[in-house]
Design a protein around this ligand. Structure first.
Ligand code: HEM
Length: 494
């Protein structure tokens, strides 16, 4: 913790405050020049600007002021110590609010606090374990379906496969078996929506009203039809549950039963609806993309891949994994942690300062948007040795414990940290273990792999991979054999 951070934690104001105008950043001409790249490839531009201007830099647009903070103490200040001074009132969140409604992800203030109290218990460890079993079952089904591709050698788009697998599993966790007969329709509608949403698109920055969007955005009508399908289906599923009076331990049942501390009230049906939409959209794509990047990083790093296989074979001895195996699958978990470092699905998010503040010694005037990028932080050479190398052991390396907490934030931080974090960190290792027990995957030669930064950090051209069957190794490998496997190689996405 820096000296300033200690002062901060003690409630003292920072010692010296520099004016907002002194925050380094591109001038008007440079900003104009990089504007197209900022919306098409924001991560490349952020990295270049951070290399030029340092850990705090300003983008002074004509109508908007944005300050990027790539300093762990500064981020901890915004997300944790001074979170009450910030809100999700930026154009990015307004766009998502128009689409997803007033759910936990986009709500602010008192409404957010009460919703969080009602929803948090649904993600308790005991419930998450039963959701994890659902994911394992769905992953096993995916594995069964892959036998055809494994035999023929025909590559599959593993990105689509992972999104479908996580979406089906999440629908099951949300509605139990109630949504089984509508899963295909919902999967199709969600695919339509994912293809459309892009809060970084210039037409979204100005937060156009819906009637105007209909005319200027070609994909808007199919998107709206897909949204109607999901809203109608969710409405029917929720109404049926309310009418039945049944209390079931799926996410819908747990969320309907959730109460806030102050008034001890449950949610209105409308609110339940918006929360279910939010969980669907916030939960399935993030998990599906993380699984996709996991296959990508494993395919390019034979050392870590061999260690993962050795661990699976030693712990499982050829059988399918269950949630109870997770504590023993330590390396598998570290692989996921490392994937979330190099390919953090939520690569950036932002907050609006609702009152004047001071961050990293600079004055931040009310109305400034503060941007935070896990992608930038996770590749910052000051906090990560060989930052571009895939090395899951960095999380247990000497010195790892003294790394600032906010240098690693794939799930955000402070009171608004991802409510589904435990679920994601339970289900993703289980999904990977279930499939990696049977297969190893290789990117189809010549298939371009490129990052696309929209709502999430997805593979721009999908992920065409060959599915190769794998036989579990016979005996239990000695720990020394596992640790002697080759070192990891560097393979950042092109
Ligand atoms: C690998 C998977 C996931 C990643 C990387 C991820 C990442 C994040 C991040 C970075 C935030 C904070 C955004 C901010 O502060 O502005 C967040 C919030 C949130 N996430 Fe996740 N998430 C994942 C999985 C899930 C799952 C499985 C669910 C639920 C089923 C979920 C539901 C939410 C919700 C509702 C919020 C808003 C919390 C609040 O504001 O109180 N996420 N997530």
């Amino acid at each position: 913790m820096s000296r300033e951070a200690h002062r901060e934690a003690d409630g003292e104001p920072p010692s010296i405050v520099a004016p907002y105008g002194s925050i380094p950043g591109p001038g008007a001409l440079e900003l104009l020049r990089i504007l197209p790249d900022l919306s098409s490839q924001p991560l490349k531009v952020f990295s270049r600007l951070a290399a030029t201007y340092g850990d705090v830099f300003a983008l002074r647009y004509p109508l908007d002021n944005v300050v990027m903070v790539a300093d762990p103490d500064g981020i901890e200040h915004v997300l944790h110590h001074a979170h009450h001074r910030y809100a999700k009132a930026t154009s990015r969140w307004r766009t998502l609010r128009q689409i997803w409604g007033e759910g936990l992800l986009t709500a602010d203030g008192d409404a957010w606090r009460r919703q969080r109290q009602r929803i948090q218990p649904a993600f308790h460890k005991d419930h998450v374990e039963s959701f994890a079993q659902t994911v394992a079952t769905e992953a096993e089904r995916t594995g069964d379906a892959w036998t055809v591709a494994a035999r023929s050698g025909e590559p599959l788009d593993v990105y689509t496969e992972m999104l479908r697998c996580t979406l089906r599993a999440l629908l099951k966790a949300m509605f139990g078996s109630d949504a089984d007969d509508r899963a295909d329709m919902l999967v199709h509608a969600v695919e339509e929506i994912n293809g459309y949403i892009d809060p970084t698109a210039p037409s979204n920055l100005w937060n156009l009203p819906i009637p105007v969007r209909r005319w200027v955005q070609p994909g808007f009508r199919p998107f709206q039809r897909a949204m109607d399908t999901i809203r109608r289906t969710f409405g029917e599923l929720i109404d049926a549950r309310v009418r039945s009076g049944e209390i079931r331990p799926d996410l819908l049942g747990l969320i309907m039963a959730g109460r806030d501390d102050e008034r001890s009230e449950t949610m209105s049906v409308r609110q339940v609806h918006d929360e279910m939409m939010t969980l669907l959209m916030a939960g399935h794509e993030t998990s599906g993309i993380t699984s996709t990047w996991t296959w990508y990083w494993l395919a390019g790093n034979p050392g870590p891949e061999a260690r993962l296989h050795a661990e699976l074979d030693a712990v499982l001895g050829g059988r399918a994994p269950a949630p109870a195996d997770l504590p023993a699958l330590e390396y598998t978990r570290r692989v996921i942690d490392e994937v979330l470092r190099l390919s953090p699905t939520i690569y950036a998010f932002d907050r609006m300062a609702m009152e004047d503040d001071v961050v990293c010694g600079y004055r931040i005037p009310k109305g400034t948007a503060v941007a935070i990028s896990p992608y930038l932080m996770h590749r910052h050479a000051r906090y990560w040795d060989r930052a571009l190398e895939f090395d899951p052991d960095r999380f247990i390396a000497p010195g790892a414990a003294s790394r600032p907490a906010y240098a690693y934030l794939p799930f955000g931080g402070g009171p608004r940290r991802c409510v589904g974090m435990r679920m994601a960190l339970t289900t993703t290792p289980l999904l990977i273990a279930t499939l990696a027990r049977r297969y190893r995957l290789r990117v189809k030669p010549g298939h371009p792999v490129e990052e696309l930064a929209r709502v999430n950090l997805s593979p721009k051209y999908g992920m065409l991979m060959r599915i190769e069957p794998r036989q579990p190794s016979g005996g239990v490998p000695a720990a020394s054999d596992i640790s002697r496997s080759p070192a990891s190689t560097v393979m950042p996405p092109t």
